[in-house]
Design a protein around this ligand. Structure first.
Ligand code: UD1
Length: 377
């Protein structure tokens, strides 16, 4: 059985890595990787392939940046050519980036079995490009692999047939569990001269937070405040650094004392920094889950989350507006040791990818051989 795995942007790489490993170890599955090239910098892409031990992609579409319509249209045209030549049994897409929606539309239209890993997540906010990608992808895929209970409920509400939906756990947590120990050896703490629990880690890249000057200014105010308590480590996303420059805020940012401004970090470096942080301030989707697994306090600067389990069971707190006073109060509470304690959600156990491999093999293999022993779910 031939599976073509699609990646496009940074948050996809750590999801595909355990799947590719599980598929490659399966006796009857051939696993290939296609990269759309949405993220193309060495620091946004190549380093992840190296650290996650992914092979060079079998197919690289090289679409690069541009508006979402531009990206998706180019991906669709080029992906169709690959599918015609390659004819895989299954196309697998992960997450909610542009590649996820664009490639699933093409594959489904060509009658190829198409499956979505990390299905059913809903923020309820259609202004987020990712939410639109999620809704489109889940509406058309043949099988949906779900990470948390809310996903099961959302898909049931949308009328998706039960037999298409599989609650398997979280492949991103598979990568985290697999590489956690190795990340501790990576030396980034020594390089940055920081010690465990003595710094705040920050990431910020959502269009709603960084594409307009007033909210970027509030974020700078929050960083200035945080650096009065601890060193702030801030690996900066290209979208954010481009906008800081565009809005004339570079000098203000560069003049903040006790701020360690970094380029985007590798997977292992960032994992080590998350694991040892006293607090993480972010607007990322995935980091809400990673901090829940690592049981590190997390403040998420968003109005809603598509990952409510990270709030209900985990260590995540949603900060619904960027009011520096509210953020200050919450931050001080956490730094004073009053962070909420979380638990690890069901099936976030490092084995989600193996479950998916078994389900796909049972479902779509045309090979008439006795299937190997199955993993229990
Ligand atoms: C994308 C995903 C988002 C994910 C984020 C993680 C969608 C809709 N959004 O958003 O879900 O959380 O990735 O990073 O798919 N750029 C570079 N170098 C790169 C990649 C991008 O300079 O390697 C620049 C682009 O040219 C663009 C900006 O960064 O100006 C934003 O990139 P884009 O891919 O449009 O979306 P992200 O904000 O990264």
């Amino acid at each position: 059985m031939k599976i073509l795995n699609v990646v496009g942007a940074r948050p996809n790489f750590m999801k595909i890595a355990p799947l590719h490993r599980a598929f490659s170890q399966h006796p009857y599955i051939e696993s290939k990787i296609l990269h759309t090239g949405q993220h193309y910098d060495a620091k946004m892409s190549d380093i992840f392939f190296n650290q996650l031990e992914l092979p060079k992609p079998d197919f690289y579409l090289g679409v690069g940046g541009g508006s979402h319509t531009f990206q998706k249209a180019h991906v669709m045209l080029k992906f169709e050519e690959v599918l015609k030549a390659e004819n895989p049994d299954v196309v697998l897409v992960v997450g909610d980036v542009n590649a996820t929606a664009a490639c699933s539309i093409v594959a489904v239209k060509m009658g190829i079995k198409t499956v979505h890993v990390e299905a059913g997540l809903r923020s309820g906010d259609r202004k987020m490009p990712e939410e639109v990608n999620r809704v489109i992808t889940d509406a058309i895929c043949d099988d949906l692999f779900v990470t948390e209970q809310s996903g099961m409920i959302n898909l049931a509400k949308e009328g998706v047939a039960d037999e298409k939906v599989h609650f398997v756990g979280n492949v991103m947590i598979d990568s985290l569990a697999y590489y956690r120990e190795k990340a501790q050896q990576i030396g980034i703490m020594d390089t940055l001269k920081v010690t465990p629990k003595e710094y705040i880690l920050m990431t910020m890249h959502r269009p709603s937070n960084v594409d307009n000057k007033p909210s970027l200014e509030k974020i700078l105010e929050i960083i200035e405040d945080a650096t009065r308590y601890k060193t702030v480590i801030f690996p900066i996303h290209p979208r954010t650094s481009n906008n800081i420059e565009k809005f004339g805020l570079k000098d203000r940012l560069y003049n903040i004392e006790n701020l360690s401004l970094l380029e985007p970090q590798g997977y292992l470096q960032f994992l080590c920094l998350m694991d040892n942080a006293s607090l993480i301030i972010t607007d990322s989707g995935g980091i809400q889950e990673e901090t829940t697994y690592l049981q590190v306090p997390c403040m998420t600067f968003r109005d809603s989350t598509e990952r409510p389990v990270s709030v209900d069971l985990g260590t995540n707190i949603l900060m619904k507006d960027l009011d520096p006073v509210t953020v200050h109060r919450q931050m001080v509470k956490i730094l004073n040791g009053e962070a909420k304690k979380g638990v690890i959600p069901p099936l976030w156990d490092g084995h989600a990818a193996e479950r998916i491999a078994e389900i796909l093999y049972r479902q779509y293999s045309n090979i008439n051989l006795t299937a190997p022993a199955t993993t229990s779910i």
